[in-house]
Design a protein around this ligand. Structure first.
Ligand SMILES: Cc1cc2nc3c(=O)[nH]c(=O)nc-3n(C[C@H](O)[C@H](O)[C@H](O)COP(=O)(O)O)c2cc1C
Length: 371
């Protein structure tokens, strides 16, 4: 029997390994049932509504943790209220050369340049179908969708992904914001973005599925980019926006060594800029769609700040690398106190602020933002 703080005890050994090796080991141990998992948190006061569904709580695991759909049921057992798997690309691709992920423990940060290494949609969808066939395979799952590095037609890649995932994923996230695929972030520009989102929404509508279309944006945008993205997202009729991906910025606190390391920065240093961007987009979108807040969440205060800034739900990844599987239950304990003190979730930007859920239900649910 391992002690409750077992992650702190094994962390030095884990951190002595290259970050990618440590992650692969963790995933294998999770799959094999070797990790002691936290007790599930079931407290109706933490429930939230998203796209017509009730989630046990608003904290999900961000894409990057389970890129290949290898540990879907197990990731829910880490306490996630919902999952976003991937990024996945239509065809398998190896990603960049190793080493391609680095921990910055003093800064509570990670720099990664995986470059969307992916098993491809065939293998990925088979795994998601296997999860869906389980009696407990009903969790809310998003799939983060990228394009292949060498594709001639990015729009076709997103359409293909959307077609394969329609009806299988609860939401598909159009990822045009990973910094490690050349040219990908340029797809956030007004014209390419309009083509991609219109095409994704068209697949959603033609297939008649409940699969929602979400856009994930980078934190390194100009005000003009932000305006364009909001305008295009509203015109296309997408169902949500995730704010934000990893950053190419290098705050001075990182020092010169890490400033030179190429890749996307995540964790504590991106909390402030990604939360500020979330608040700006919440104002621009004015409650038209639910927002997923991600970037530097390492505890209840950070999660609450994202919800106050306009997020309906939040995601995290980097802090779990440093804190281990106890993070989500600890965070939920803290959130419970905040919800009790505030008498419910923050609802600043919800279109039907003040709603308390279905009739006869006195839960402090956030507004149902079904689109
Ligand atoms: C190792 C690693 C891999 C990631 N892979 C993806 C990915 O494939 N697609 C994506 O949209 N975001 C990816 N992300 C970004 C996260 O989903 C998240 O947006 C970002 O890390 C900020 O959240 P955090 O500070 O809680 O980690 C990755 C992040 C890390 C650290």
């Amino acid at each position: 029997m391992l002690p409750p703080d077992w992650y702190r005890l094994i962390r030095p050994a884990l951190f002595a390994l290259p970050a990618e090796t440590a992650h692969a080991l963790t995933v294998r141990a999770l799959k094999a049932g070797l990790l002691p998992l936290p007790k599930p948190v079931t407290d109706p006061r933490l429930a939230v509504r998203l796209w017509g569904r009730t989630l046990p709580h608003p904290v999900g695991i961000a894409p990057g943790f389970d890129k290949h759909g290898a540990v879907i049921a197990e990731a829910f057992r880490l306490g996630a209220g919902f999952l976003e798997l991937g990024g996945v690309t239509p065809r398998p691709q190896p990603g960049n050369d190793r080493p391609r992920v680095f921990r910055l423990p003093r800064q509570g940060a990670v720099i990664n340049r995986y470059g969307l290494n992916s098993v491809g949609l065939d293998v990925f969808c088979a795994r998601l179908e296997a999860y869906r066939a389980r009696p407990d395979g009903t969790g809310l799952i998003g799939v983060n969708l990228g394009k292949n590095k060498d594709t001639a037609d990015p729009v076709a890649d997103y359409v293909l992904g959307m077609r394969r995932l329609a009806g299988l994923a609860d939401f598909v996230t159009v990822n045009v914001s990973s910094p490690n695929t050349p040219g990908l972030r340029a797809l956030q520009g007004r014209d390419p973005l309009r083509r991609i989102l219109d095409a994704a929404v068209d697949v959603r509508d033609r297939t008649g599925t409940e699969t929602r279309v979400v856009l994930k944006i980078a934190p390194d945008l100009t005000p003009a980019d932000e305006d364009d993205i909001a305008t295009v997202a509203l015109a296309a009729g997408i169902d949500g926006m995730t704010i934000a991906n990893t950053s190419i910025a290098r705050p001075a606190t990182l020092g010169p060594h890490w400033a030179r390391q190429e890749g996307g920065l995540s964790g504590r240093p991106v909390f402030a800029p990604s939360t500020a961007l979330l608040a700006r987009m919440a104002s621009r979108l004015d409650g038209a769609m639910p927002l997923i807040g991600v970037g530097g969440i390492d505890g209840p205060d950070a999660a609450w700040a994202k919800l106050e800034a306009g997020a309906t739900v939040v995601q995290l990844y980097t802090a779990m690398i440093f804190e281990g599987p106890g993070l989500i239950p600890r965070l939920l304990d803290g959130l419970r106190g905040r919800v009790e003190a505030a008498g419910g979730w923050p609802q600043r930007h919800s279109p039907t602020a003040g709603a308390t859920g279905p009739a006869g239900n006195s839960l402090p649910l956030r507004a149902d933002m079904a689109g």
